[in-house]
Design a protein around this ligand. Sequence first.
Ligand SMILES: [Mg+2]
Ligand SMILES: [Zn+2]
Length: 188
Amino acid sequence: MRRAVFLDRDGVINEDRPDYVKSVAELKVFSFAPECIRKLNSAGFEVYVISNQQCVGKGIVSRAALHEIECEIERLVGRKGGKINGFYYCTHLANQECECRKPKPGLLLQAAREHNLDLQSSFMIGDSEKDVTAGHRAGCRTVVVLTGAVTAEDVSEFVAQPDFIARDLVDAVNYVLAVCKSEMEADT
Ligand SMILES: [Mg+2]
Ligand SMILES: [Zn+2]
C-alpha cells in the first residue's frame, strides 16, 4: 500500500481569492509550493490535490478553465522536478448534498480506492476546518496551514483539531517528514 499527502489547492498551493481563482491569469502559486511537492515525492509520498470548486457548479468557472489551472500548477511543479499524481474536485454546489464536497471525505476515499493508498499513513494538508474534518473522517492525519482562510485563533475553535498547525506548506511538509522519520526510527 502506498501513502499519500492530500493537498487542498486554494490557500495551500496557491493564493486564495474571495471571488474564486477563475483563470490561469488569476492563479498565484506560492513560490515555495513546487519544491515542497518535490520533497514529498522524494520521501515516497504520492501527492493528490483535493479541492472543492463549487464555482464550476455555479457556472463561474468552466471545466476547461479548471483544467487549464490544473495544467499550469502541474507545469510549475514539474519545472522543480515534482509531480502531482492526481487532481480530485468536487464541483457540486454546497446545497446539493453530494458525497464528495469536503468536509465529507468522499474525494479522499475515491483517491485511496483508485490508487491503493493507505489512509492511516497518509496526511491531509488544508487551510480550513472543512479540510481538517475531511482528513479526520478519512482516517488521515491532518495539518492546517495559515496561508489561507484561517488564523491560529480560528483553528482553536475547530471541532476536529489538526495534528499540527503550520505557518505554510514549507512548515507543513517539514512536519510530515519529521513524523515519517520518527516512525521509521521506531520501526528499526
Ligand atoms: Mg482552501
Ligand atoms: Zn461533490
